[in-house]
Design a protein around this ligand. Sequence first.
Ligand code: ATP
Ligand code: MG
Length: 303
Amino acid sequence: MYLYHYGLTELPFSLTPDTDFYCELPVYSDAMNVLRVALESGEGFVKVIGEVGTGKTMLCRMLLNYLDKRAHCAYLPNPYLSPNELRLALASELSIRVARTIDQYQLTQKINSKILKLHQKGKPVVIIVDEAQAIPRETLEALRLFTNLETEKQKLLQVVLFAQPELDQRLAKPELRQLRQRIAFSCKLKALDTQSINVYVNHRLRAAGLSFEQVAGGELFSAGAIRKLLKYSRGIPRLVNILAHKSMMLAYGSGRFNVEAIDVKKAAKDTDDVVFNYWWFGLAATVLIIGSIYSIIMAGWLT
Ligand SMILES: Nc1ncnc2c1ncn2[C@@H]1O[C@H](COP(=O)(O)OP(=O)(O)OP(=O)(O)O)[C@@H](O)[C@H]1O
Ligand SMILES: [Mg+2]
């Protein structure tokens, strides 16, 4: 691998959402601000929407770190659960010991009283759900019912939903209108632009131990390489990681240090889900087809 070649201590573009590599770009700090404000104002539901690979799980982990001492968090990374399974998962996250055969009414009572106790101790309960687009409808409803628990001033339980845009499509349906109205705060994770990609790439390289003093010109990825990263990744961090990693392998393979646009272009050819701009090919094919039809018609007329 290229670790020694670049003098790195670890791989800079691994696909795991490792918070040591967190890069505080405006899109993420804006989302974190919305989350902080929403949680401080005691609103029931908050939602963060982002396309696949835009950094929801990373943000989820940053929020868990931020809330560590401030609240009691129940983290549901995989919410494809029935309402009963949700209650059992919640009980486990709230350290309530119950038999799996417990009656659901009793279980709900136990969860409610634990939430109340934690509130009295000054620990608000926050449920953080990743992949929330996958929660079954009845389970969403069960979650909503828990947020009915409130004092005169504030909710005793808050829920943060991290989800792909499919959740918004589901929330638009009439049967989920009650939940939709409860979501007072929400934000969307936008794709990164060229400048953000530049900051992002350099930040991850630095976190992986790259010493920029050794880099000719001060930038490992040339301006052209960054532009190509934007073009092929559409500004999606996971795709940026895949392309940046492969580009570094290619530069290393050809004995170079700096990563150039051509490396990213080659990396993109070998990567699924990147964008290739074949408009000129489409245009040429259309012109050819129209040209052939025209000549056939003309030939028919002339004979
Ligand atoms: N703010 C950030 N700083 C550094 N790296 C990030 C950041 N956001 C995302 N990444 C990186 O981008 C990749 C994708 O992030 P993540 O897994 O959080 O996306 P996701 O939105 O949860 O994707 P999915 O919809 O597939 O669950 C990871 O490798 C992660 O480390
Ligand atoms: Mg995720």
